[in-house]
Design a protein around this ligand. Structure first.
Ligand SMILES: Cc1cc2nc3c(=O)[nH]c(=O)nc-3n(C[C@H](O)[C@H](O)[C@H](O)COP(=O)(O)OP(=O)(O)OC[C@H]3O[C@@H](n4cnc5c(N)ncnc54)[C@H](O)[C@@H]3O)c2cc1C
Ligand code: SF4
Length: 517
């Protein structure tokens, strides 16, 4: 490292894209900066595995830059020069190295974006923003796509993306989907039988004692469990590719089919677990979907199009869609609370100590691995929170902290939008809720549960059952006219007044004693 540099290039913790144009040329007047910062470890209480994953991946990025002959300053959390604050650290660096220009990549969080906007005036030198070269759409592309439309229908955005990138399109007519069908979602609802054997997930085993000590010594408070010599997540692009390759060969053949299934004996089932690698930008979404399509093309005797289409849709559809909604709707989105839910998040979200087996298993594995798959997030923990009227602010803090892949642009849109309908229908057309019926159909949780899945009223009645109908009844003024839920009101209204009263009383009892469930 030299004693002075004209230019500094800032790399945030989720900007670990090694294929960025920045790194293609050597520039002896440029210093790259990576910083572990208290402002990032403390804005929410994170899972310890999430903090470790980010720090290890950032360190690996710093090392790679250095080995590629770029000059790098890596500020560890305990470095005496590290103030823990982005702007203050940059002030120090500008002064120490006589820097006259800063370049940064556009942050993906509103919070950081606001901080960057004032960087130039705070530092008094030109600060230039560049694209991260990661996403498949511009920040405002979704807003432009839906301009003048009443609803932001994901399916039409997804079709636009398929055409834009020519993915799974008919080679004879690139405006039409391959095989004439856009979406195979309805084929992807399989449950997993008791005898079905699932491969153990591919895991790393890393010693992370020193990084945990650094975090502990700096007094960072966190949630979740970690084994010091058994850290399982990929923290380099090559490791991420290795995990992707495991997914393609072992999971993709049945990914779509079992996408919604939940079983006690497998915490990740056939899911890819690449969200951290993608959200930290170690893996590019186009690389992921193209390798999935290529793998499917080479193995069509073993893998149906429904499997690969389901996977491609999550990435070029849902992932890009959520990001577009985030930039279209923020900052107001973070305040939305359509049902005016105010209840405190029950303590078992933090401990896993509940008699509800589906909740216990989904929360415990989140604490153990910083991971739960989509249906566990949506139809177990999210479903329960919506049925019980948990304040979305508290719920956002939980989802933002506990998952290894949680970054606000994708967490808040999934939580407030898809899971809690707190946005009143921007993301979804109806609330995602269910009684025990759905959970029992898609999982083996109910078999080992204290509660009885088929009972609505009484001591061991499954809480999801009465709370489900209570939710519809309480929210009739807001949902009664929604054509997508009209049928449920007709089913509910067929109950006798006495039966309705008993169910609503049971729900009220559970809500009054929510911590005891
Ligand atoms: C309440 C709630 C909170 C969520 N919070 C986050 C979050 O903080 N960060 C996050 O990345 N995802 C979040 N999701 C979406 C989804 O659950 C995760 O992306 C997925 O579970 C990650 O695991 P995987 O890589 O094994 O995914 P797979 O099921 O294997 O899917 C492959 C990839 O598709 C993308 N994807 C799938 N579903 C979605 C979706 N709904 N939105 C955006 N991308 C999607 C992800 O990049 C994922 O890695 C949330 C979902 C819900 C219901
Ligand atoms: S019975 Fe109810 S609480 Fe128990 S696992 Fe099934 S859905 Fe969950």
């Amino acid at each position: 490292m030299k004693s002075s540099y004209k230019k500094v290039r800032l790399i945030l913790g989720d900007q670990l894209n090694r294929d960025h144009t920045w790194y293609q040329k050597q520039d002896s007047d440029c210093l790259y900066i990576l910083m572990e910062m208290h402002q990032e470890t403390n804005y929410v209480k994170h899972h310890i595995q999430k903090i470790v994953a980010f720090f290890l991946s950032m360190e690996a990025m710093g090392q790679w830059l250095s080995e590629s002959n770029h000059d790098v300053l890596y500020l560890k959390l305990d470095d005496p020069k590290n103030t823990g604050n982005l702007v203050e650290n940059l002030e120090g660096i500008v002064k120490d190295f006589g820097v006259s220009q800063i370049e940064y990549q556009l942050p993906d969080e509103y919070r950081l974006d606001e901080q960057m906007k004032v960087l130039e005036s705070e530092l008094g030198i030109p600060c230039l923003a560049l694209d991260t070269e990661h996403f498949l759409t511009e920040r405002d592309e979704l807003a432009k796509f839906f301009e003048g439309k009443k609803t932001l229908l994901m399916e039409s955005f997804y079709r636009y993306m398929r055409k834009k990138y020519n993915l799974l399109m008919d080679p004879m007519d690139d405006s039409q989907p391959l095989t004439g069908k856009w979406n195979y979602d309805h084929e992807n609802r399989g449950s997993i039988k008791a005898k079905h054997e699932i491969d153990a997930p591919f895991l790393y085993k890393k010693d992370v004692e020193s990084v945990i000590s650094r975090i502990d010594n700096q007094g960072v408070s966190y949630i979740g469990n970690i084994e010091t010599d058994d850290f399982i997540w990929p923290t380099t692009p090559d490791e991420s590719r290795e995990l992707l390759s495991f997914f393609l060969t072992r999971c993709l053949p049945v990914f779509g089919k079992y996408q919604d299934a939940m079983v006690e004996r497998s915490w990740s089932v056939y899911h890819a677990r690449i969200s951290f690698s993608m959200n930290s930008k170690m893996l590019h979404p186009l690389e992921v979907v193209k390798s999935a399509i290529a793998h499917w093309e080479d193995n069509q005797d073993e893998i149906t199009i429904a499997q690969v289409e389901g996977f491609v849709r999550q990435i070029i559809g849902w992932r890009e869609y959520m990001r577009g909604v985030y930039w279209k709707e923020m900052p107001d989105y973070a305040e939305l609370n359509y049902f005016d839910h105010q209840r405190k998040l029950p303590d078992y979200y933090w401990s896993g100590e509940t008699k509800m087996n589906c909740m216990q298993k989904s929360i415990q594995q989140s604490l153990d691995y910083a991971y739960a798959h989509h249906i566990q997030r949506l139809m177990v923990t999210g479903n329960f929170a919506l049925l019980t009227g948990i304040n979305p602010d508290e719920l956002d803090q939980w989802y933002l902290g506990i998952y290894i892949d949680a970054i606000e642009w994708v967490e808040i849109t999934n939580t407030r939008g898809m899971s809690q309908f707190a946005d009143g229908g921007i993301v979804g057309t109806k609330p995602y809720i269910s009684s025990a019926n759905y959970i029992n159909k898609m999982s083996d949780y109910c078999k080992g549960c204290y509660y009885d899945k088929s009972v609505k009223v009484g001591e061991k009645a499954c809480p999801f059952n009465s709370l489900y109908w209570n939710f519809y009844e309480v929210n009739r003024p807001l949902l009664g006219k929604n054509p997508r839920v009209g049928m449920m009101y007709r089913v509910w209204d067929r109950n006798s007044e006495d039966q309705k009263k008993k169910i609503l009383e049971q729900a009220e009892y559970y809500l009054d004693n929510i911590e005891e469930l």
